[in-house]
Design a protein around this ligand. Structure first.
Ligand SMILES: C[S@@+](CC[C@H](N)C(=O)[O-])C[C@H]1O[C@@H](n2cnc3c(N)ncnc32)[C@H](O)[C@@H]1O
Length: 289
């Protein structure tokens, strides 16, 4: 069975958040995800920072990042600036912004982010099917470039290829499951024309990563999973969601005891790199320093 069919069936277990993914500003997204304790961008941040530090030692600044399923630029906000998820939630729920127009929110956020000290000298291209979210990310200065495309159904625009050859690190949080090997298949010819970037995905435990890893193998990539560590994505929204997810996990032979059974959706970390780089420094060694 193709991954999109498998992933669709797994996605049915999760509550649907589509209504907040493509708004003209992040207030509704922030409000709904805060309620669920959505935390994966914050949990992923230290791992991404380590990868960026390694890449910087090798090739200097700025590091070009491609964030898949970037939404409003949340990963970019955390990585470029010294921000956490609670600070972002607080910022986007402040009373001064409650009645503001989306345009005013983007303008206010541009000032807010511009006035923060730059934490990491990175340049971020954000890819997401949500056009309005990507447009906000660019307007607020979180994304240096936006690619509003759905590679599950459409092609990569020719105009995107040039900027993608500069990418050194591909990131994603909360996105694999919506994205399958189809999207990676369309990105790999462009991103491997340049630096053969490291590809770093945080993936819910219920989504098998093997089809994506197999696709990347055809471009000489080896995928490693960080063993023995899970990362908090969010709380379950309802007992029914928890029950459905646990059922799906068991169906895929994954034991939820002491993990999802405790009430939280958990992700694992997969890093895909050119084979010779994996041989030189396996994932646990790379992330230990
Ligand atoms: C759970 S959100 C994660 C957003 C962000 N990475 C984060 O962790 O805050 C999932 C994102 O995937 C995007 N998405 C869903 N299907 C997609 C597709 N086929 N192509 C690109 N993005 C997609 C949604 O628009 C949404 O922004």
């Amino acid at each position: 069975m193709l991954s999109d069919t498998v992933f669709e069936a797994i996605n049915d277990a999760k509550i649907n958040m589509d209504h907040v993914y493509d708004q003209p500003d992040p207030r509704a997204y922030s409000r709904e995800l805060k309620k669920l304790g959505y935390a994966i961008p914050g949990a992923a941040k230290p791992v991404f920072q380590k990868l960026i530090a390694h890449l910087r030692r090798r090739q200097g600044d700025p590091i070009h990042v491609l964030d898949l399923g970037c939404s409003y630029g949340v990963n970019a906000a955390l990585l470029k600036h010294n921000l956490s998820m609670p600070t972002l939630y607080e910022h986007w729920s402040q009373s001064a912004l409650l009645a503001a127009s989306p345009r005013a929110v983007a303008a206010c956020d541009r000032k807010f982010f511009d006035n923060l000290d730059e934490h990491e000298n990175i340049s971020v291209t954000g890819l997401d099917q949500a056009q309005s979210a990507v447009a906000y990310g660019v307007a607020a200065g979180l994304l240096d470039r936006g690619l509003a495309v759905n590679l599950e159904t459409g092609a990569l625009p020719n105009t995107a290829t040039e900027s993608l050859t500069m990418v050194s690190l591909v990131t994603s949080t909360g996105c694999v499951g919506y994205l399958t090997e189809k999207s990676f298949e369309k990105l790999l010819p462009s991103i491997t024309q340049g630096r053969s970037p490291w590809i770093a995905n945080f993936v819910l435990r219920m989504f098998p990563f093997d089809a994506i890893a197999k696709t990347m193998r055809r471009w000489g990539y080896v995928t490693e999973k960080l063993q023995g560590q899970t990362f908090l994505q969010r709380r379950f929204a309802t007992p029914e969601e928890q029950e459905d997810v646990i059922h799906k996990l068991r169906h895929h032979g994954i034991n939820p005891t002491g993990k999802e059974s405790e009430g939280q959706l958990l992700a694992e970390f997969y890093l895909s790199r050119p084979a010779h780089e994996v041989a030189a420094a396996p994932i646990d060694k790379l992330l230990a320093v």
